[in-house]
Design a protein. Structure first.
Length: 1050
């Protein structure tokens, strides 16, 4: 029988308050006033010296409240304040007695975890008051306070409910504004139904993404799902304070709080333990699991060890692209990490000379150049690597000056050799070769005190795939860096939903064609060969006879392009393209020449109208394609490469309004392309600024992070095991609910690829690939068949579903519909699936399922009524009453396609008006209705224009429907912005900028004219008015302006 929520709450509190130095239960804290009074007591207690014996007055406490309310405007702003200066969050307080001036009160000290002035209290059944007449009061389950400040909020459901109900409850409370005031400081949410528990960083309601709910695992990667196990492992003191105070990162670009996942925390602690024992080693965390973020935090946290003078985060110059540099800058903005992004090794010298115990991010090339200068005084700028030694070096033009410089170098060299340095190396085999590492160790190591090295890799080198190093240099990761300190494999990451699995689709010559080629090529005994071996022999013999690959021909490439464009609409999620939520792809091929041919073919397909109508209906401008490679990489074809790259740059410029050229170098283009593909900033979340596919040889196949990238097409020979896993891992980042797997399509050598990928995934999964790969189509089809059979058993047809009344019947029906939806959304990306044959192959078509869905909504409402007051009943198999069905949700109509259809009926000349037939009128009205379902503002504008066109087509002769709609949208935006600006005394351009840049009012913090507000009849205080203005501005932007600006061209 399921536990009552009250019983669960009591057990959780008992777990958290039992033992030494745990949480203290405060039954007396139930209201906001109680919390403010408790905080006042803490501040008085922890700041006796700063207050100089004069306790906080009522007036001063009011100022403190306003300060904290301002910090708690959103979780990111709260986190900025809580991170403080070197981990200490302070409150500036102007004393009521002016003679005492301003003092700074310590509110939180993240350097005093489980000690010092830190206190840990637990409250439950807190009463969140109504904020307006239309609002509802809420009662929270359990909240953890550190120094009197709410830091971790926990919502519980019993086992009759999925834990997602608790998550949705938190989202509802957040949307209602309940996490404001002192509760606006909360940094972490925990949800549990007793058997499944998750945590997530606090964020605004619209930014809380269920895909980032994280389970806790122990150091051996064993899940701690039970709520009491979770509490014991993750919510104890000091662990809970460490998670929010030491293991959180602020992303200064995306304005998000990142709480590290448990395996990241365990890795950091393993490195810390090894370093305290003066041992080196490596961390094996699968690609896509946040490895760079983990290594970044290891670097930061190494400085907690007193014996370490400098922590140096080493990367290869090739990896210090804009994406990496921007990530480091974003993470470091609120840390003690110094990022050396300059082109001067002289800057690196200054950082190493400094007596500050600091962490430095730099390139291996700069460090090597500096060490050469130390040992030999070399500054030859003709050498590519030594060129980085440029900087404000002293002029040496006399013997005396030369001697002085030599003395300075000798002094610095001695200083450098005496430092205890710990090196952290991201992508450790790519960044530091065994030879480079040996040279650096030779400089820094002493017999009694070797330098410390911590390598991070998602694809370690083992005996099975060891490198070809020269002489006695290490060939495997363990020999180069030391033992594996912590591992988190792709299999474990997929199991924990830290990354997605892979859906593998192998294309190319089948068995029949291979045997036909084998006979023509006179290969002996081919009938007895296993398929991978037959494929190897056929391809090898074909190359020997014809001096080219069997797949190296234009016809093969045309088939690949046709497949990508016309047969992958579900894979690209084109139904969501207009809203900017389509997925992206990479196509990797053997050579620059192949990449260029593919680019030309994609252009030809679009120019000649070979994109099918059903694709254009979903996304008229699909596919938007770009290409990237290093010009001059193939010296023999440098001129051709430059000419073709120049043409592709022209296309890119025309597509996105940029101005890149070969004359200015490709760095700017590549950075822009990377940003566009990553879509991590607001400007690239619009369809007009997005790419669909990028053609590469090797670029972007390692280290590149783009969660919206879901597809990888491979038309080349299989890579090494580590190369394959790196490439595949570009696709399996978490993104949205529709992205189920990273989708991998190999376009040649299907049997060889199947063998190579299986071996690679086995190697990097600690053996076994069962959980790594998606089910086969046969398995997916069987799942759909079984779910449809259960649906028919629950309700033979939609009419029967409408007759269900009993709770047990309704529950079975709802579960069956959810199971069908889940199976359908899972099967739609398989090539073998044909939506038009649903009825024939599975006995249920889309139209009938839509009828079931109508009954499903009624069943949900009935179940919710029956469940009222029955939260603690006994139901061993809970259902999710808030589950969002994904397969047959109304597809958002393509705005551009709709505009194109209407434009066809606009006469170019007054005498040539076209009559609208009934079929086209019905079709366009249907599309307008679909548009209105998700954007009623633009739906209304288009409906009005369409009616005007039908009533009097000549009145619109020669006009552009797109421009007419855009002008109408812009007029409405201006009118709404003007009205708001007048009410609050805000610059209208500020309002429009906020809407176009997707910034919140809190982020923008606009000035407003309080006097003008009062003159217009406003009655709120200035602080209350500011808060109200921000809330109304956010609502205006989200509900009124954004829908219009999405299609308008303001």
């Amino acid at each position: 029988m399921a536990e009552l929520e009250k019983v669960m709450e009591d057990k959780l509190i008992a777990q958290l308050t039992t033992g030494i130095s745990q949480w203290t239960l405060r039954e007396d804290l139930r209201t906001e006033d109680d919390l403010w009074n408790n905080l006042r007591q803490k501040l008085n207690q922890n700041n006796l010296q700063a207050l100089d014996g004069v306790l906080i007055t009522d007036k001063e406490m009011d100022a403190i409240k306003e300060f904290i309310k301002d910090q708690g405007m959103n979780p990111y702003k709260a986190a900025e304040w809580l991170s403080g200066e070197r981990g200490i969050a302070q409150i500036p307080l102007l004393r009521e007695d002016a003679a005492q001036g301003t003092v700074y009160l310590t509110a939180m000290n993240n350097r005093e975890i489980a000690g010092g002035g830190s206190s840990y209290e637990i409250i439950h059944q807190y009463q969140a008051a109504k904020s307006s007449e239309d609002d509802r009061a809420r009662r929270y389950d359990v909240t953890l306070l550190i120094n009197g400040l709410p830091m971790i909020h926990i919502e519980l459901k019993n086992q009759n409910h999925p834990f997602m109900d608790a998550f949705r409850q938190i989202k509802k409370y957040s949307a209602e504004g309940k996490f404001s005031g002192i509760f606006g400081l909360v940094q972490m949410f925990v949800v549990s139904n007793g058997t499944e528990s998750r945590y997530i960083a606090a964020a605004r309601a619209d930014e809380l993404n269920e895909n980032f709910l994280t389970k806790w695992v122990d150091e051996h990667n064993e899940p701690q799902d039970n709520y009491l196990d979770f509490a014991r492992e993750a919510l104890n003191v000091p662990r809970a304070h460490e998670i929010i105070g030491r293991y959180s990162v602020l992303d200064d670009v995306r304005k998000k709080v990142i709480l590290l996942r448990p395996y990241q925390i365990h890795a950091i602690e393993k490195v810390k333990q090894a370093s305290s024992e003066r041992k080196s080693g490596y961390i094996w965390h699968t690609t896509g699991s946040g490895k760079t973020l983990t290594s970044f935090n290891v670097t930061r946290n190494l400085l907690d060890i007193p014996s370490i003078d400098k922590a140096i985060f080493l990367i290869d110059r090739r990896d210090l692209d804009k994406q990496t540099a921007d990530s480091f800058t974003a993470y470091a903005a609120h840390s003690n990490l110094t990022i050396d992004k300059t082109d001067s090794t002289w800057r690196l010298r200054k950082l190493l000379e400094s007596k500050d115990r600091s962490a430095i991010v730099t390139t291996i090339q700069k460090l090597q150049a500096l060490l050469r200068w130390c040992e030999r005084g070399e500054t030859d700028e003709s050498d590519d690597e030594n060129a980085e030694m440029s900087g404000p070096q002293p002029v040496v033009n006399t013997p005396k000056a030369a001697a002085s410089t030599a003395k300075q170098r000798e002094k610095f060299t001695e200083h450098l050799k005496n430092l205890q340095v710990a090196f952290v190396v991201d992508e450790c085999h790519r960044a530091v070769s065994p030879q480079s590492m040996r040279q650096i160790q030779k400089f820094f190591d002493k017999p009694s005190r070797p330098s410390l090295w911590y390598g991070f890799t998602g694809t370690p080198l083992f005996a099975e795939n060891k490198s070809t190093a020269k002489g006695d240099l290490p060939r495997i990761t363990e020999d180069q860096y030391g033992p594996c300190l912590h591992s988190y494999t792709v299999k474990e990451a997929i199991h924990d939903h830290a990354v997605l699995g892979f859906q593998l689709n192998y294309q190319g010559l089948d068995e029949e064609h291979l045997k036909s080629f084998a006979a023509e090529l006179e290969i002996k005994n081919y009938q007895d060969m296993a398929m991978p071996e037959l494929e190897r022999r056929v391809e090898k013999s074909y190359v020997e006879r014809f001096d080219r690959s069997i797949y190296d021909n234009r016809e093969h490439k045309k088939q690949v392009v046709d497949y990508i464009i016309n047969k992958c609409r579900h894979k690209f999620n084109l139904g969501e393209a207009e809203s900017g939520k389509a997925y992206e792809a990479l196509l990797t091929c053997e050579s620059i020449k192949d990449a260029q041919e593919y680019y030309e073919l994609f252009c030809e397909f679009k120019d000649k109208g070979w994109v099918k109508e059903n694709i254009r209906e979903l996304c008229p401008d699909f596919p938007k394609v770009a290409i990237t490679y290093t010009v001059g990489e193939n010296e023999d074809g440098a001129d051709v490469n430059q000419s073709k790259m120049a043409k592709s740059l022209q296309d890119y410029n025309a597509m996105f309004g940029t101005a890149f050229s070969l004359e200015n170098g490709l760095d700017g283009y590549n950075s822009n392309l990377n940003d566009r593909l990553a879509r991590k900033t607001g400007q690239y979340k619009k369809r007009s600024e997005q790419l669909d596919l990028v053609i590469v040889v090797d670029r972007l196949l390692t280290g590149f992070d783009a969660p919206c990238l879901a597809l990888l097409f491979i038309d080349r020979k299989p890579m090494s095991p580590q190369g394959l896993v790196q490439a595949l891992s570009r696709t399996n980042r978490l993104f949205d609910n529709g992205k189920k797997y990273g989708q991998i399509m190999t376009m040649q050598s299907p049997y060889l690829f199947a063998e190579k990928i299986d071996k690679a995934l086995f190697l990097y999964s600690h053996g076994g690939t069962k959980d790594v790969s998606a089910p086969t189509f046969i398995q997916a089809a069987q799942k759909l068949t079984d779910s449809i059979n259960k649906l028919r058993a629950a309700a033979e047809n939609p009419d029967k579903a409408g007759e269900l009344t009993e709770k047990e019947e309704l529950t079975a029906f709802v579960k069956a519909v959810q199971a069908v939806d889940n199976a359908m959304s899972g099967i739609k990306t398989y090539d073998e699936f044909d939506e038009e044959r649903l009825k024939e192959e599975f006995g249920l078509d889309k139209e009938e399922f839509e009828e079931y869905l109508g009954r499903y909504q009624n069943a949900l409402e009935r179940l919710k009524e029956l469940n009222k007051g029955d939260d603690d009943g006994d139901e061993p198999d809970p259902i999710d009453l808030e589950m969002e069905l994904s397969f047959i949700k109304q597809t958002e109509v393509s705005y551009k396609y709709l505009i194109e259809l209407i434009q066809r009926f606009v006469p170019e000349e007054e005498a040539k008006a076209k009559e609208v037939d009934e079929a086209n009128d019905e079709r366009i009205n249907k599309l307008i209705k679909e548009l209105s379902a998700h954007n009623s503002k633009m739906g209304g504008i288009i409906a009005d224009i369409w009616q005007r066109l039908k009533d009097d087509p000549r009145a619109l002769t020669g006009q552009s429907i797109a421009l007419l709609a855009s002008a109408r949208a812009n007029d409405e935006v201006s009118a709404k912005a003007d009205a708001f600006a007048k009410k609050w005394g805000i610059n209208r351009e500020t309002i429009i900028y906020a809407a176009m840049s997707s910034k919140t009012a809190a982020e923008l913090n606009p000035d407003f004219d309080y006097d003008a507000y009062k003159a217009g009849g406003g009655s709120l205080s200035k602080l209350a008015a500011r808060r109200t203005m921000r809330a109304e501005l956010d609502a205006l932007i989200e509900n009124e302006l954004k829908p219009l600006l999405q299609q308008g061209q303001y």
